[in-house]
Design a protein around this ligand. Structure first.
Ligand code: F6P
Length: 336
């Protein structure tokens, strides 16, 4: 078989592990893997790279993606996509990506043999219990919080740590719980700035002279707006970022305690994946190749419980996988 593969959307630790697993699995069945550069952009531009077994040596622990990535969509150029499938005599295509990439994959799967692999550090895709990259992002954020603890304590400061999470606060919640944060703010639950300040003061009145506040970039005050950079990303969505610095000012004013913000940003997406993400990504890559061989097109491979299952591609983007009220309420017990 001749099988294409592409990585789209924001990069994510574990993408190379998926590519490697696809190529290794294909090596066993003599299938040919053709890499398309920069997501759907490589399909439009016909930018390809042959992915033989030699090409994937040493990529397992590497962050990023050897194929490059972009947020370009192919949906407005379906004729070009059809031409590319024909020219390359593709028997299948493995599209690895998040919301945008898998939305396009699902639409195009009506006419083409496509299998998806869900990817996002935000863990906000539905149809899967967990995405690779999330564990790495949480570990990086947790390490940062651990480090910030000692400097916050030494200076009697409040430290606000802004992490990624556009629509879902999974990274903030997990890193905040693992790092022993006093306050965790997520997009799912708009916050009252006075209550946040009170919580910081309450903690100080109990004799703790520092505080750690973890905030997802998509979190917003109850009666306020999202804090953005005032620019749009290639998909036309506002570029998020800045809520940490907004909180720095508001909390310092309200509590009188010296407050500093730290924005972790793309550090959370860079570098080597954790062992957990390498294993999950490898399993997904192998299952994606087997799904193509079985003709399970229009599906993605997804972690359900502890197994990898095939679920309709439409399920990935059917709704956002966000934190429930119940989970947020339970987390309260560990805060402050
Ligand atoms: O992939 C999701 C994400 O990590 C979001 O949390 C964030 O808003 C976005 O990527 C930022 O990506 P970029 O800087 O590549 O536009």
């Amino acid at each position: 078989m001749r099988i294409g593969i592409l990585t789209g959307g924001g990069d994510c630790p574990g993408l190379n592990a998926v590519i490697r697993a696809v190529v290794r699995s294909a090596y066993l069945t003599d299938d040919e893997i053709i890499g398309f550069r920069d997501g759907w952009g490589g399909v439009l531009d016909d930018a390809t790279v042959p992915l033989g077994i030699d090409r994937i040596a040493g990529i397992l622990p590497r962050g990023g993606t050897i194929l490059g990535t972009s947020r370009r969509s192919a949906l407005e150029h379906r004729d070009v996509v059809a031409q590319r499938f024909a020219e390359h005599r593709l028997d299948g295509m493995i599209a690895i990506g998040g919301n945008g990439t898998l939305f396009a994959a699902n639409e195009l799967a009506a006419d083409h043999p496509i299998v998806g692999v869900p990817k996002t550090i935000d863990n906000d895709l539905s149809g899967t219990d967990r995405t690779f990259g999330f564990d790495t992002a949480v570990q990086i954020a947790c390490d940062a919080i651990d480090r910030l603890h000692t400097t916050a304590e030494s200076h009697y400061r409040t430290l606000v740590v802004e992490v990624m999470g556009r629509n879902a606060g999974w990274i903030a919640l997990h890193a905040g719980l693992a790092g022993g944060a006093d306050v965790i703010l997520v997009p799912e639950r708009p916050f009252d700035i006075d209550e946040v300040a009170e919580r910081v003061l309450r903690r100080r009145s109990r004799g703790r002279s520092f505080s750690i506040v973890v905030v997802a970039e998509g979190a917003a005050p109850k009666d306020g707006d999202l804090v953005t950079k005032g620019r749009l990303d290639p998909l036309g969505r506002p570029l998020l970022g800045g809520i940490g610095h907004w909180l720095e000012q508001e909390l310092e004013e309200r509590t009188g305690a010296e407050t500093r913000a730290v924005v972790l940003g793309h550090v959370q997406r860079g570098g080597t994946p954790t062992a957990y993400d390498r294993v999950l990504a490898s399993r997904l890559g192998q299952h994606a190749h087997l799904a193509v061989r079985d003709g399970a097109f229009g599906h993605m491979v997804a972690l359900r419980g502890s197994s990898i299952e095939r679920v309709p591609l439409a399920d990935a983007t059917a709704h956002l996988h966000t934190i429930s009220d119940e989970e947020l309420d339970l987390a309260e017990a560990f805060l402050g």
